[in-house]
Design a binder for this molecule. Structure first.
Ligand code: ADP
Ligand code: MG
Length: 413
């Protein structure tokens, strides 16, 4: 679960005795959440896609179980790829401690230094290679090493590896490894391009995602739709009608809101096939709703965050936030439902005057300004919030009060 502090202890994870001894040397008291989840799976032999922020102990999450399974000195069985020399060097430092009570030999291979010392180490026989892709491929091309015995292929900091353009190199390396292996992906974020790559490189991976995914995938167009509080339902309907969607998730803040919106959608003449999803809905009805959503009986799910979190719904074409999430992380979770694996996705967020602070928090969290958008042809009763430089806080409230636009003949509820 997200951001949960792990209650697990290292003793119950199943690590080998020499590795446990090293854990005690390190003074680690409890596994971090990514460690608690990843270690047993790696020990079981699973492939892993693990996402958690920087500084959450990913090195031990892959290093400790891999070392537990390697036991004695032998063939070159573990390969760790890192995007930079510094990171590779840090991993070696950690690995030397993990392996302190074992007879394993390790080598660091990165550019910017001579080949000979690296070759000498390789020739003496290593169990573990920690490398950056460029230099590793040099050695590979010169046939000073091979990957035929690799049992653990670990790609660390995959998002950065991708950013730095290492993907073609990494592909070549992956291809040269034996098929019978465990592949572990670790990254601070999981952009869609990684998921595509992972599908190719991994076998039935267990996905572990801890806490925040702060990034918004580039394939998602998302925007705030400023609107007067009392016009939200109208704008929601107008957005749905003007959008060519296959499946939509609408997020509400409360269960009552989810029920209200579902009822509103169902009673429209043009018939939205909507179903609610929240914790007051019985489990069997939730299962039915999900099944219906997958087979097309429903094309709109109206959900609260809590209900949505554990759902395996990842391929909706559109997400609509009826309210700006109060918790900025939820924004990323919600809109992450769309735009997976390089599919285009759209996310709309209605922004009422009382939510400007939440909107700012979301922008701070995702690290970007989110466009204020206007639905063409919609009869807005206020226009102040649609100005280019959207005012915030007091300025906004003041302007909302001051600049009220008369809208020709439209009835307000
Ligand atoms: P990440 O790769 O997720 O950025 P690291 O593996 O580099 O994180 O670990 C960050 C720091 O946390 C390191 O100094 C590491 O020694 C420490 N650390 C890792 N696991 C634990 C733990 N279970 N308890 C205490 N400290 C830990
Ligand atoms: Mg790391």
């Amino acid at each position: 679960m997200d951001n949960e502090t792990s209650q697990t202890t290292f003793d119950e994870l199943g690590l080998s005795e020499p590795v446990m001894k090293a854990v005690r040397d390190l003074g680690f008291e409890k596994p971090t959440p990514i460690q608690a989840q990843a270690i047993p799976l790696v020990l079981e032999g699973r492939d892993i896609i693990g996402a958690s922020q920087t500084g959450t102990g990913k090195t031990a999450a892959f290093g400790l179980p891999a070392f537990s399974k390697m036991a004695k000195h032998g063939k070159c069985r573990c390969l760790v790829l890192e995007p930079t020399r510094e990171l590779a060097a840090q991993v070696l430092e950690q690995f030397e401690i993990y392996g302190k009570h074992m007879d394993l030999s390790m080598v660091l291979l990165h550019g910017g230094v001579g080949y000979q010392p690296q070759l000498d180490k390789l020739n003496a026989g290593v169990d573990v290679i920690i490398a950056t892709p460029g230099r590793l491929l040099d050695h590979f091309t010169r046939k000073s090493l091979h990957f035929r015995d690799i049992d653990f292929l670990i790609l660390d900091e995959v998002d950065r590896m991708l950013d730095m353009g290492f993907l073609p190199d990494v592909r070549r390396i992956v291809t040269a490894c034996k098929k019978q292996r465990q592949t572990l992906f670790f990254s601070a974020t999981m952009p869609p391009a990684i998921e595509t790559f992972a599908k190719w490189a991994l076998k039935d991976p267990a996905e572990i995602s801890i806490g925040r995914r702060t990034g918004v995938a580039e394939t998602i167009t998302h925007g705030f739709y400023p609107v007067a509080y009392e016009q939200r339902d109208e704008l929601l309907l107008a957005l749905l009608r003007s959008t060519d969607y296959e499946s939509v998730m609408i997020f509400t803040r409360t269960k009552a809101e989810a029920d209200k919106i579902t009822a509103l959608l169902k009673k429209q003449k043009d018939g939205f096939k909507a179903t609610p999803m929240h914790s007051d809905i019985a489990q069997k009805d939730r299962t039915k709703a999900l099944k219906g959503f997958r087979d097309g009986t429903f094309n709109v799910i109206v959900a609260t965050d809590v209900a949505a979190r554990g759902l395996d719904i990842s391929n909706v074409t559109h997400v609509i936030n009826y309210r700006v999430p109060e918790n900025p992380e939820d924004y990323v979770h919600r809109i992450g439902r769309t735009g997976r694996a390089e599919q285009e996705g759209d996310a709309f967020t209605l922004l009422a005057g009382d939510e400007v602070e939440f909107a700012k928090a979301v922008e701070g969290y995702v690290g970007q300004k989110i466009d204020r958008k206007k639905l063409e042809g919609f009869n807005y009763i206020y226009t102040a919030m649609l100005d280019d430089e959207a005012p915030t806080g007091d300025a906004l409230r003041q302007r909302l009060g001051m600049r009220r636009k008369r809208t020709g003949g439209r009835r307000r509820r």
